[in-house]
Design a protein around this ligand. Structure first.
Ligand code: B12
Length: 291
């Protein structure tokens, strides 16, 4: 499978560069596809891919393209460029999906356009849940380990933009679900992803986003009478169970009250609160709420 010759599109996704970049590396530096089958577009063999991975890594690390191309074709790096061999161009992603690798490279380069396009293409290709679990989440976790805050901000914003663009159910569709981050909780991507995944299957929701103060959450519950409320907490410091009791006491209790995210301690939750452990579990739970 891994040695399967790649199309320009598949290789561009894997490297996290635009197809036009691959074409210019081909025409300018001779780093093109060598695989040729009659009647088919030229494809990149495993050897081509290895050369272009070297090219991409060195260029991402700041080495001038013509120097990087020479190394990719088998040359050695001149001492002047040696210091800038590898600007940390790759994240430890283990056996992650090749597109996750491409996304991590684009994110590390702060290449918002490519990162956004990659995520949008994968949402169109495999849907929100698979894109989150197989492509975006592994990259976010790896970036978190590296503590690259500027990359965290950039990638989060790109992912948010793509999720926000997922078509929502038509106006007039009954909305019975309320999603919110706990008070002072800024990690809203998981509930933005949940809202987009629900929209994809025609289920509407109200998503209040990051850092929802308790009075505002209670007011939203009182005003909309949701059948399901999900509150996300990523860290124990934002997981005050009082928020959940406040929701339960705000009116007729919602049929589903869910505490989601690694911040909550299941042992401390009020009775009846459910704890979906994954995005797909939360989608199944909330999609079942009668409109
Ligand atoms: C993006 C990000 C940010 C962005 C958030 C942008 C946004 N709109 O969401 C910004 C830059 C704002 C941010 C801020 C901060 N962050 Co931050 N952030 C991250 C990062 C990189 C990704 C978060 C994410 O979405 N992860 C994806 C998660 C959810 O995936 P997962 O763990 O694989 O998910 C598991 C489950 O949660 C579940 N699951 C996954 N998705 C879903 C969805 C649903 C609906 C459900 C039910 C389940 C579910 O399945 C998975 C397998 O079990 C993480 C790194 C990380 N490891 O997550 C750091 C991280 C969470 N942040 C961290 C910190 C410390 C902060 C700050 C305090 C930094 C600071 N000093 O300002 C602030 C927090 C402020 C606050 N009060 O909230 C730490 C938290 C440490 C801890 N307590 O555990 C982390 C772990 C980074 C690190 N390694 O240190 N952050």
């Amino acid at each position: 499978m891994d040695d399967e010759p790649l199309t320009a599109g598949a290789l561009a996704r894997r490297l996290g560069v635009a197809v036009t970049t691959l074409r210019s590396w081909h025409h300018r530096y001779g780093l093109g596809p060598s695989g040729h089958e009659a009647g088919r577009h030229r494809r990149y063999t495993a050897r081509d891919v290895a050369r272009l991975e070297t090219m991409q890594r060195l260029v991402a690390g700041g080495v001038p393209p013509h120097e990087a191309a020479r190394v990719a074709r088998g040359g050695v790096l001149p001492p002047s460029a040696a210091g800038r061999r590898d600007g940390g161009g790759a994240l430890p992603l283990g056996r992650a999906d090749p597109v996750a690798r491409g996304l991590s490279r684009a994110a590390l380069r702060l290449d918002a356009q490519t990162a956004r396009q990659l995520v949008a293409d994968e949402v169109a290709r495999r849907g929100v849940v698979a894109t989150w679990d197989e492509v975006v989440r592994p990259v976010l976790v790896a970036i978190g380990h590296r503590g690259l805050v500027e990359v965290e901000h950039l990638l989060s914003a790109c992912v948010s933009e793509v999720l926000g663009a997922v078509r929502r159910p038509a106006r007039g569709t009954p909305v019975r679900i309320l999603l919110a981050c706990a008070d002072e909780e800024q990690h809203s991507l998981p509930i933005e992803t949940l809202a987009a995944a629900l929209a994809e299957i025609g289920v509407g929701c109200r998503m209040l986003g990051a850092r929802v103060p308790v009075p505002a959450l209670v007011a939203a519950v009182r005003r909309t009478g949701p059948r399901a409320v999900l509150v996300w907490s990523h860290d124990a410091s934002t997981a005050g169970v009082g928020q959940l009791s406040a929701v339960a006491g705000a009116g007729p209790p919602p049929g589903v009250l869910a505490a989601a995210g690694p911040g909550w301690d299941p042992a401390t939750l009020p009775p009846g609160v459910v704890t979906p452990g994954s995005l797909s579990e939360a989608v199944a739970l909330l999609a079942g709420v009668s409109p």
